[in-house]
Write a protein of this length. Sequence first.
Length: 525
Amino acid sequence: MTKPSLIANLRADIPASIVVALVALPLCLGVALASGAPLFAGVIAGIVGGIVVGSLSKSPLSVSGPAAGLTVIVFDAIAKLPSFEAFLLAVMLAGFLQVALSFSRSGVLGEFVPSSVITGMLAAIGLILILKQVPHAVGYDGAPEGSFSFWQEDGRNTFNTILLVLQNQIVWGAAIIAAISLAFLFWWDKAKPKDGPLRFVPGPLVVVFGSVAMNALFGMFAPNIEVQSTHLVSVPIADGIGGFVKLFSLPDFGQIGNAAVWTTALTLAIVASLESLLSVKAVDEIDPKRRVTDKNHELLAQGGGNIISGLIGGLPVTSVIVRSSANVDANAASKVSTILHGTWLLLSVLLIPALLNLIPLSALAAVLIATGYKLTKPDLFRKRWKQGYTQFVPFVVTIAAILFTDLLIGIVIGLVVGFVFVIARNFRPAVTFVQDGNDCMVRAKRNLYFIHKVELQKELDRVPDDTNVVIDLSATTYVDLDNIDIINGFIKNAGYRGVNVVIRGDIGEKTAPLIKAPTKGVAYA
């Protein structure tokens, strides 16, 4: 099978990159606002996540940028450190620590996450996107676009905010724009031409331009429902190139000896690395081509991104599942889409910030709701249910935990429950006992370790006196010394009980200490 040509990839990557840039822009601003950082710091992180991390990474579809999962850590760090510039130094140092984690091969940790937790994370993100964006779709601006936490700073939570907004705070112009945008997006998925130039037109791009036009028409013919500036994108507008350059900041290297800076750097490095590994793992799961990303190299790419982001005034970056999911959903073919999305962010805030500030947030909320639905379709729940409770329970617990706490806490809870089920599966009976008249068999179904001592002893104790017993070790490749001692003790006692013992299986290296000398009533098969 020949590889797709560069031209074929670009035909897919360019439209996808535009979609991702449109999704990323309000999220970058929202994460910065929720983190207590300058708004432009979020945009810088989005640009770096696209261009720098995208260039360094080997992931074909993952998109990096400022992460909602870090907002609490970032907010607390900015408040405690002497200045925002000191925080930028911590971001840089976190990047160097991530590079060190890469060289220590720590990326392998991402492979130990159960698939039920990964799919639960994806479904939870989908539900959160829908629930969090519904208020923005009808004109609510009480919480930042990038906030994913269940509890909000105003004391409300995800659910009562929706009820409050739907009862009292609907901005009808925003609601109309969102409803038409959603209807178009779902229709476009089915009606999009397979041939001709229109097949390259991304639905979200049509939604954005259409929403700007609709709001302009509201302003001319129905000003009472026109969406006002509080419900529009808000990108900082610089006064020329000089003003644009002043939006960037440098770290305060004089804080290099501050222990609090290093503590923040270590926290950011660990949490950002964990979130990136989980996100990349999840993106690999939904990649139509099922490509596998080198997790150690991904840590290197993320570290490089954080070094640059901290150096020029940006927030910490991670691989983020929302933008990555939008990238997959937009049919991106390679990491060129990620790089281009960062390029579009840079050019748009440099060249057309005033035009960006005409985009209603409700239109972008519609794009995110459509993306969220695709992450949490009912078929996903049915599929996990059919796989049994050992898959379904960790899946549902992960969803609920993320939904009612935040992304990182929810993932930790999901991991704990997932590992409980993994451990429980390993504690299934490893030794069985059967009896037919005077003939018995004690069979090891898999390798025996010290945790199986009680089980092995229990089954051997069931062997009656004056019987024939086969101790079947043929399914094992390893039996540890503790279990060998138990078997030896049973064999030594068997002669006094009239029990004839047959040891079945290769008793070479795996059972070297087992009695091999001719013993009355003992045979080897």
